[in-house]
Design a protein around this ligand. Structure first.
Ligand SMILES: Cc1cc2nc3c(=O)[nH]c(=O)nc-3n(C[C@H](O)[C@H](O)[C@H](O)COP(=O)(O)OP(=O)(O)OC[C@H]3O[C@@H](n4cnc5c(N)ncnc54)[C@H](O)[C@@H]3O)c2cc1C
Length: 369
């Protein structure tokens, strides 16, 4: 038997890395995590945790206190001519500042006994060894949680892409009471804004666009309702941007190396499911590590992605085609029951069969609208 410095080494201490470390630690593994940055780590994010993210967090033993962030009841789609909203079928979601979430996760990892190396850039990987600045550490298992531009993915030879499309996201906060109990997604030509309540007196605004040059101030005139709401309101943060791809990989694990979170593929940010997926993947990864078989993880990873991928594809179709967007918004506004079921499916509260029937009905409504 070879002896290692640690059982599980996690490269990256964002939400996915911290969740993976907590889940592995709870199964009794010795876990070391390294991140080049230091907590609390900020990132451009819509900052919405759907009810299924909160369920997965609870399963990981991560407590998100009621006074952290702000609850939201469901989702509202708004276009120039139509609007439709639906509550989540059970429970609420939570808007929470990214830095607050990161602190909560880092505290939970410390409580679980994860050894954390902050300000420690990983510069290479070879077999069971990882290079962290000038030192080397060996691990039985290596988890690549280093985000969308993952170097671990490249070092492990797992960067073969099945499918990719690119968008760009920018976020800004405003000091104001949320005007809605819903996360609102506003649709226009080539871009969307979404608005998440994150505190009693703060909202988070995100622009998603295909145009790498478009910024929040360029896009606001396309959304008169939002521009009016925000007129004269003070922004509390400067803009932070991120590359937001939809990327599916051929493989997410090999031998003793697994990828998790954005390193393992991404769905479009507009779905608001990135962190949920990372939490759910952490749970199944820890079980696979315990079983000593990462093929289990690959299969579960694929299954977890199915519904979010479907929703992302639907929303990206609405983004690309004005014809589909107009008809979909009209169809959903006259058939809010379909929107309710789609949303329930999105947060894992209806079975695939019912969800598929709803998708077919929606397709029919769009075609005949
Ligand atoms: C505009 C936008 C809006 C979004 N909105 C939402 C939302 O509302 N809800 C939601 O659930 N999801 C949302 N997402 C998705 C969500 O932000 C991501 O899915 C999530 O951040 C993934 O976490 P991660 O830990 O995999 O990656 P990251 O958060 O990117 O963390 C990766 C970590 O790895 C570290 N790292 C990288 N390389 C190295 C290295 N060589 N050595 C050491 N450390 C390294 C980095 O410092 C970083 O801390 C959004 C994304 C975008 C872009």
């Amino acid at each position: 038997m070879m002896s290692y410095d640690t059982d599980v080494f996690v490269l990256g201490g964002g939400p996915a890395g911290l969740a993976a470390a907590i889940a592995a630690r709870r199964r009794g593994f010795r876990v070391t995590l390294a991140d080049a940055d230091r907590p609390p780590i900020d990132k451009a994010c819509g900052e919405g945790l759907m009810p299924d993210s909160l369920t997965a967090a609870a399963q990981l033993g991560i407590h998100i206190p009621d006074d952290a962030g702000h609850p939201f009841r469901g989702i509202r789609f708004t276009g120039p001519a139509n609007s439709v909203e639906a509550p989540f079928p059970g429970g609420v979601g939570r808007g929470i500042r990214r830095t607050t979430l990161h602190s909560l996760l880092a505290d939970a990892a410390a409580d679980a006994g994860v050894e954390m190396l902050w300000g420690a850039a990983v510069t290479g990987m070879d077999g069971h060894s990882v290079r962290i600045q000038s030192s080397t550490l060996t691990a039985r298992w290596i988890v690549g949680a280093d985000g969308g531009q993952s170097a671990a993915r490249r070092w492990a030879g797992l960067d073969e892409i099945r499918r990719e499309s690119r968008r760009f996201g920018f976020r800004r906060h405003y000091r104001m009471a949320p005007w809605s109990e819903f996360v609102e997604i506003h649709w226009s030509e080539g871009c969307q804004f979404y608005v998440t309540p994150v505190a009693e007196d703060e909202v988070c605004l995100v622009l998603m666009s295909r145009d790498p040059h478009q910024r929040i101030d360029d896009a606001l005139p396309l959304f008169p309702a939002i521009r009016e709401r925000l007129s004269g309101v003070q922004a509390t943060t400067s803009d932070r941007g991120a590359f937001a791809a939809t990327r599916r990989l051929k493989r997410v694990a090999r031998a003793h190396i697994a990828l998790i979170g954005d390193a393992s593929g991404t769905i479009d940010a507009i779905t608001g499911e990135g962190i949920c997926l990372a939490f759910q993947q952490s749970l199944v990864l820890a079980a696979a590590l315990e079983a000593g078989d990462l093929r289990q993880y690959e299969a579960a990873h694929e299954q977890l992605s199915r519904m979010p991928v479907f929703m992302a594809e639907f929303m990206l179709m609405m983004d690309r085609s004005a014809w589909i967007r107009r008809r979909a918004l009209h169809a959903l506004s006259v058939r809010p029951d379909l929107f309710r079921t789609l949303l329930a499916g999105h947060v894992g509260a209806v079975r695939l069969g019912e969800f598929a029937r709803t998708a077919v009905s929606l397709g029919w409504e769009i075609a005949t609208a």
